[in-house]
Design a protein around this ligand. Structure first.
Ligand code: CA
Length: 257
């Protein structure tokens, strides 16, 4: 494990850490073109050539930007857009639309895209659009996702959550969680107050091809809940009958009764 003097390096790291871009595009030539030019420009690129796998990647890792094709095997771009936005994630998304397909642009923006690029496009336009969207969205975005990717710690009530270390710390002591329990907690904590369905948790934490059933989700949430209740009262997980779960912050926990 590397040790970094945070105070001195925070600004340095924040400015020089490459921004991560996820490209969901099934056409190899276009994917290569995007990937090559964006990495030349200093971005860290991940390419996924399949719809459902792309969605899974988008929900699992924190990206600074997603470039999304519309026609994809497995799941189309509009559906991916909706699922990402439904999950509460506000990662900026640029869609790639076909020429003379205004309807795609309208649908895309309606489903939560930040911008669009019409195929075929030049490299200069691509780079300009990407940096414009990143500039526009980074300034006012105070979401937990952004905070986590820069500082690598999320504050939730009395808990300190370190996404990269899979560690939850309460008053200086680590709470022992199994990896899947940690992933469930991380996902809920990034969406406080939102009802998260069992399906969402299953897809994000266990993967779309997991066949273990929703009971697995319930078992992990119940065990996670016990561990949290034993140690603190500022964060709790409520069950929403027949639907899923919701993370609730108890702000009044330390107030005198
Ligand atoms: Ca395509």
């Amino acid at each position: 494990m590397r040790r970094i003097d945070r105070k001195e390096l925070d600004e340095e790291v924040a400015t020089h850490m490459p921004q991560k871009i996820l490209i969901i595009e099934d056409e190899p030539t276009l994917a290569r073109l995007l990937s090559y030019n964006l990495s030349q420009d200093g971005y860290e690129i991940t390419v996924i050539d399949h719809g459902t796998e792309g969605l899974q990647a988008a929900l699992q890792k924190m990206y600074d930007l997603i470039i999304l094709d519309i026609m994809l095997p497995g799941m189309n771009g509009f559906e991916i857009l909706s699922r990402i936005r439904q999950s509460g994630m506000r990662t900026p998304i640029i869609i790639l639309t076909a020429r003379n397909a205004e309807e795609e642009v309208v649908q895309g923006l309606k489903h939560g895209a930040d911008d669009y690029i019409t195929k075929p496009f030049g490299v200069a336009e691509l780079l300009a659009r990407v940096s414009a969207v990143l500039r526009r969205t980074s300034g006012d975005d105070t979401s937990l996702t952004q905070t986590a990717s820069k500082e690598n710690v999320i504050h939730a009530g009395e808990l300190l959550i370190y996404p990269e270390k899979y560690e939850v710390v309460l008053h200086g002591e680590a709470i022992p969680l199994r990896p899947k329990e940690f992933e469930v907690l991380l996902y809920l904590v990034q969406r406080p107050g939102m009802v998260i369905t069992r399906d969402d948790l299953m897809n994000v934490v266990w993967g779309f091809d997991y066949i273990g059933g929703q009971r697995t989700v319930d078992v992990h949430v119940s065990s996670l809940r016990k561990k949290l209740e034993m140690n603190q009262q500022s964060v709790q997980i409520d069950s929403i009958r027949g639907v899923g779960y919701k993370l609730v912050m108890n702000k009044k926990v330390s107030a005198p009764r």
